[in-house]
Design a protein around this ligand. Structure first.
Ligand code: ADP
Length: 264
């Protein structure tokens, strides 16, 4: 199904996340300049652009991970389901528990496959009884396309899996707490082409139930998995549109130059 078009002001109807006038500084160096972006619910939104243009910095604003960088200063608003996550009343630990994050390199906990998935739901009180936890583990692994490969060895270490399986385990872990948004920062960059194709298929399936924002340097990947794409350049969004339009009919010269490989 084609993604709904965005309007002239680049706003997405029923956005799950609304970012307005977001600026970010590392010490004296400004890395994001007044960024506006809507993230559509149950869609994949890709962030593309040359290295160092601010994609990861932007992504890390969506779960306040940049708060962990001592010199960082952030202005603007990020509303998730209508709440500004930068409001002083927000409990950051609680916030992060509702936003899944998948990193470049798979990073399972040094625990069993079962525990990798069960850990966060147990802390959040989602699976008070063992049978409920078992259900969450099974459902998450099934959704991450890993269940059939691991169901007979749930007690073995997550780190014993292949790289692609470890990344699917991390995705299963991210979705186990029914997150509002799943953030993915170049999730395939450490994987071989076969494992990458599996993860891309998985992302495509996950969007029926989850809102996903993915940073990728791989334009083909953005074209394959994302309904919407934002093109970043020097800390600004130059262009945002449904992915087909952005790739086939870019409105800005810079976008066209980038997607045709003239730079970056
Ligand atoms: P991208 O993800 O597009 O490659 P980044 O968001 O990683 O871009 O980086 C944007 C800019 O911010 C770059 O100039 C980078 O050097 C700088 N930067 C990123 N992280 C930090 C940090 N922790 N401290 C200082 N500068 C940073």
């Amino acid at each position: 199904m084609a993604s709904p078009k965005i309007d002239r002001r680049r706003q997405v109807r029923d956005a799950k996340v609304r970012v307005r006038d977001l600026s970010l500084w590392y010490g004296d160096t400004q890395a994001l300049f007044g960024v506006d972006l809507d993230v559509a619910e149950n869609e994949v939104t890709a962030l593309i652009g040359p290295s160092g243009c601010g994609k990861s910095s932007f992504l890390r604003c969506l779960n306040r991970m940049n708060d962990l960088v001592p010199s960082v200063r952030i202005e603007g608003t990020v509303e998730i389901e209508g709440q500004n996550i930068y409001d002083p009343s927000v409990d950051v630990v609680e916030l992060r528990s509702h936003i899944g994050m998948v990193f470049q390199k798979p990073n399972p906990f040094p625990k069993s496959i079962y525990e990798n998935i069960a850990y966060a739901p147990r802390i959040l009180g989602l699976g008070a009884r063992r049978s409920e936890l078992d259900e969450i583990v099974e459902r998450s692994l099934k959704r991450a396309g890993l269940w059939d490969e691991v169901k007979d060895r749930l007690e073995t270490p997550g780190l014993a899996l292949s790289g692609g399986q470890q990344q699917r385990l991390c995705i299963a872990r991210a979705i186990a707490v029914s997150p509002s948004v799943v953030l993915m920062d170049e999730p395939c960059s450490a994987l071989d082409p076969v494992a990458t194709a599996t993860i891309e298929e998985l992302i495509d399936e996950l969007k029926d139930n989850y809102t996903i924002v993915i940073v990728t340097h791989n334009l083909q990947q953005a074209a394959r998995v994302a309904g919407y794409t934002a093109f970043f350049h020097l800390g600004k969004i130059i262009e945002f549109n449904d992915t087909d339009t952005l790739f086939t009919n870019p409105q800005e010269k810079k976008t066209e130059d980038y997607i045709t490989g003239r730079y970056g």
